[in-house]
Design a binder for this molecule. Structure first.
Ligand SMILES: Cc1ncc(C[n+]2csc(CCOP(=O)(O)OP(=O)(O)O)c2C)c(N)n1
Ligand SMILES: [Mg+2]
Length: 597
C-alpha cells in the first residue's frame, strides 16, 4: 500500500486541478528566493509529483528546498535506479521524469540511465550537484566533468555559470526534453549557485527551447496512400514512436481502414492489442514471432511507422528487404536512410502522419480502398498454426510455461517492466501485450538492472494497476539493493525472477557460436542446501519484502495470487530450467531463425 500520508497528498494535488496557478502555489510574478527553491517551484509547476535520487553535499540545497514542496522525494540505493525510475515514469505516463544525484560518482552513476533514455528517445531530466563554481577545473573533491561525460548520451546538457540563468535553463530543459525527437537532459548545478538568492520572474518562463515537430506534407501523405493502394501485400512495422506519440488508437484505425497486417518492433509492442485480428507479432532475428517474420517476408511494401529499422529487427538487409518497397515515417531526419534507404521517406510526427492519412482515406471513394479479406483470413489461420508452444509441464519450470502462467494471471492492463536476457527474449516473443505503455523494456541499450526501478516508478504512477518486474537472476543482481526502496516506501510491486542461475542469454551464445565452451556465465553456487547461489527469498525477506520460491508450474498462479493479495512488495523466485533455449537466428537473417521447442 502507498502510505496514507501520500494518499492525502495525492488527493490534495487532485483538488489543485480546479484552482488557478497562483492559488495552487505556482508562482506567477517576480519573487526573491534561492535558485534551489526556484528549481523546485518550476518542477512543481511542470506537474512533477516525485523525484528519485541519492543526496550528497553538492545537491543538498535542492534537496533542502524539496522539503518545502509537494513533491515526494524517493531516496534509492543506487543512482542508476533513480535514472531508470525517472525514465520509466515517462514511459508509463508520457510525462517527464526527474532524477537527482550529487557531484562526482553520483552523477557518473546516472550515465547508464541517461544513455538508456537517450537511445530510446525518452524525455527525462537529471539534476546533478557540482562543486562550487570557482573550484571547477581544479580537481576538487568529487568534481567530475559530468556535462562532458553525458553530452553524447543526452539531448542536451547544461552547466550554468550564473544563478540567474538557472530558472530559465530548468524551464528550457522540460521544453527541449519533451518536444521534437525527445530525450534526456542533464543540468549540472554548482552548489554555490544553488544557494544564491536571485530574483525570479516566473511569468517570463515560457516556450524557450520548444521544438516544432516536423509534419508530413499533403503530397507525402497522398504518395504514401497511393503506394499502399498499389501494393498487393503491404505490412506495417509499428515502432516505439507510435507508443511515444500516443498514436496507438490511430495506428489501429489506419490499419483497419486498409486491412494491413501490423507487426511490431520491440519498442512498438502494445501499440495494437495482441489479440487484434491484424496483429501478426514481432519482427526480428530474436525478438520475433514466426508469424511476424513470415508476414514481413511475404510483403511487397513495408511501412515503418516511428521505428528505426534497428539491426536486431532487420537482420541482414538483403533478406529483410528483398524487392519490397519501403515507406519510412520518423520524426528524426537522421533515421531516414540511416539503415534502410526508403522509396519514400517522410520526416514527420507519426501521430500527425496517421491523422492526415486517416482523413485522406475518409475522403476516398470506398470502392477505391483495397480490402484484403483473404489475407486477414489467412492471418487468423497462421496465428494458430505458427503459435509457439507454452504448455510445458516438465521440471525445472520452462520459462515459456512461466510466461503462460503469468500472462493468464495478470490483468490486460498490468504493467510489466523487463530487464534483459534470455527470459526477456522469451517474454518479447511470447508475452501478449494489449495496451501501449504496459510493456516496459529498453530497446537500444538493454542494461541489466533496469526493470526494478522501472516497476517501482510504474507502481507509483499507476497505483491501481498490477506492476511487475520480470527479471532474470543475473539482472536482479544489478539492482538488488533497491528491493529495499520498494520495502521502505511500501510499494507493492511483484518481482518475478526467472532463476536459471545463469547469465542465460550469453550462455546460449556460447553454446551456439563458441562450440559450447563456457566461461563466466554460470552464477549459481552451492549454499543453503541448493546450487542456485543467492537465496533471493532470504535476501528479499531480509530487506522487508514478502517472498517465496516456486518450483512447479502449477504453483505460479497461487503464488501470484498471494503476492497481489498481500498488498506488500513481493518476490517470487521461479526455479527455471537451465537448459532451455530461445528461438533466434543462427545466421543473422530473418529466414535463419531456429525454432526450439
Ligand atoms: C549492464 C549489462 N551488462 C552485461 C550485459 C550483457 N548481458 C546481456 S543478457 C545477460 C545475461 C542476463 O542474465 P539474467 O538476467 O540471469 O537473464 P537470463 O539470460 O539468464 O534469462 C548479460 C550478461 C548487459 N546487457 N547489461
Ligand atoms: Mg539467469
Amino acid at each position: 500500500m502507498i502510505s496514507s500520508r501520500k494518499e492525502v497528498k495525492r488527493m490534495e494535488k487532485a483538488k489543485l486541478g480546479f484552482q488557478t496557478a497562483a492559488a495552487a502555489g505556482i508562482p506567477v510574478g517576480k519573487m526573491k528566493m534561492s535558485a534551489a527553491a526556484a528549481i523546485v517551484k518550476i518542477l512543481e509547476s511542470k506537474g512533477v509529483e516525485r523525484v528519485f535520487g541519492v543526496p550528497g553535499a553538492a545537491i543538498l540545497p535542492v534537496y533542502d528546498a524539496l522539503r518545502e514542496s509537494r513533491i515526494d522525494s524517493y531516496v534509492v540505493r543506487h543512482e542508476q535506479t533513480a535514472a531508470f525510475a525517472a525514465d520509466a515514469h515517462c514511459r508509463v505516463t508520457g510525462n517527464v521524469g526527474v532524477c537527482l544525484a550529487t557531484s562526482g560518482p553520483g552523477g557518473t552513476n546516472l550515465v547508464t540511465g541517461l544513455y538508456t533514455a537517450w537511445f530510446d528517445s525518452i524525455p527525462m531530466i537529471a539534476l546533478t550537484g557540482q562543486v562550487i563554481s570557482s573550484a571547477i577545473g581544479t580537481s576538487a573533491f568529487q568534481e567530475a566533468p559530468i556535462t562532458a561525460i553525458a553530452a553524447p548520451v543526452t539531448k542536451r546538457s547544461f552547466l550554468p555559470r550564473t544563478a540567474e540563468e538557472i530558472p530559465s535553463l530548468i524551464n528550457q530543459a522540460f521544453n527541449i526534453a519533451s518536444t521534437g525527437k525527445m530525450g534526456p537532459i542533464l543540468i549540472d548545478l554548482p552548489v554555490d549557485l544553488q544557494k544564491a538568492v536571485i530574483e525570479v520572474d516566473f511569468s517570463a518562463l515560457g516556450e524557450e527551447g520548444k521544438e516544432v515537430s516536423p509534419l508530413a506534407s499533403d503530397q507525402e501523405v497522398e504518395q504514401a496512400i497511393s503506394m499502399l493502394f498499389g501494393a498487393q501485400r503491404p505490412v506495417i512495422i509499428a515502432g516505439g514512436g507510435v507508443v511515444l506519440a500516443n498514436a496507438a488508437p490511430l495506428l489501429r484505425e489506419f490499419a483497419e481502414m486498409l486491412s494491413i497486417p501490423v507487426t511490431s518492433s520491440l519498442m512498438g509492442k502494445g501499440s495494437i492489442p495482441a489479440d487484434h485480428p491484424l496483429y501478426a507479432g514481432g519482427v526480428g532475428t530474436i525478438c520475433n514471432s514466426p508469424l511476424g517474420n513470415k508476414t514481413l517476408l511475404e510483403s511487397d511494401l513495408i511501412l515503418n511507422l516511428g521505428g528505426r529499422f534497428g539491426d536486431r529487427h532487420t537482420g541482414k538487409l538483403s533478406t529483410f528487404l528483398r524487392e519490397a518497397k519501403v515507406i519510412h515515417v520518423n520524426i528524426d531526419p537522421i533515421e531516414i536512410g540511416k539503415a534502410v534507404v526508403p522509396d519514400l521517406g517522410i520526416v514527420s510526427d507519426v501521430k500527425y502522419f496517421l491523422q492526415r492519412a486517416i482523413e485522406a482515406l475518409r475522403a476516398e471513394k470506398k470502392e477505391r480502398i483495397p480490402q484484403r479479406t483473404e489475407r486477414v483470413h489467412q492471418l487468423a489461420i497462421d496465428r494458430i498454426r505458427l503459435a509457439r508452444r507454452l504448455d510445458f509441464d516438465q521440471l525445472p519450470i520452462k520459462p515459456q510455461r512461466a510466461i503462460k502462467e503469468l500472462r493468464e494471471f495478470l490483468d490486460r492492463d498490468a504493467i510489466v517492466a523487463h530487464d534483459i536476457g534470455i527470459s526477456q527474449i522469451w517474454s518479447a516473443q511470447l508475452f501478449d501485450t494489449y495496451e501501449p505503455r504496459t510493456y516496459l523494456v529498453t530497446g537500444g541499450a538493454g542494461p541489466m538492472g533496469w526493470g526494478l526501478g522501472a516497476a517501482i516508478a510504474a507502481k507509483l504512477a499507476r497505483p491501481e494497476r498490477q506492476c511487475i518486474n520480470f527479471v532474470g537472476d543475473g539482472s536482479l543482481c544489478m539492482s538488488l539493493q533497491d528491493l529495499a526502496t520498494a520495502a521502505m516506501f511500501h510499494i507493492p510491486i511483484v518481482v518475478f525472477v526467472v532463476n536459471n542461475s545463469l547469465l542465460g542469454l550469453i550462455r546460449q551464445q556460447q553454446n551456439l557460436f563458441y562450440g559450447g565452451r563456457h566461461i563466466s556465465t554460470a552464477i549459481g553456487y552451492e549454499q543453503g542446501g541448493h546450487d542456485r547461489g543467492i537465496d533471493f527469498v532470504k535476501v528479499a525477506e531480509g530487506m522487508g519484502l514478502a517472498a517465496e520460491r516456486v518450483e512447479k508450474p502449477e504453483g505460479i498462479k497461487p503464488a501470484l495470487a498471494r503476492a497481489f493479495g498481500s498488498g506488500r512488495p513481493y518476490l517470487i523466485d521461479v526455479i527455471a530450467d537451465r537448459g532451455a533455449v530461445c528461438s533466434m537466428s543462427l545466421d543473422g537473417t530473418l529466414t535463419g531463425v531456429k525454432e526450439t521447442d
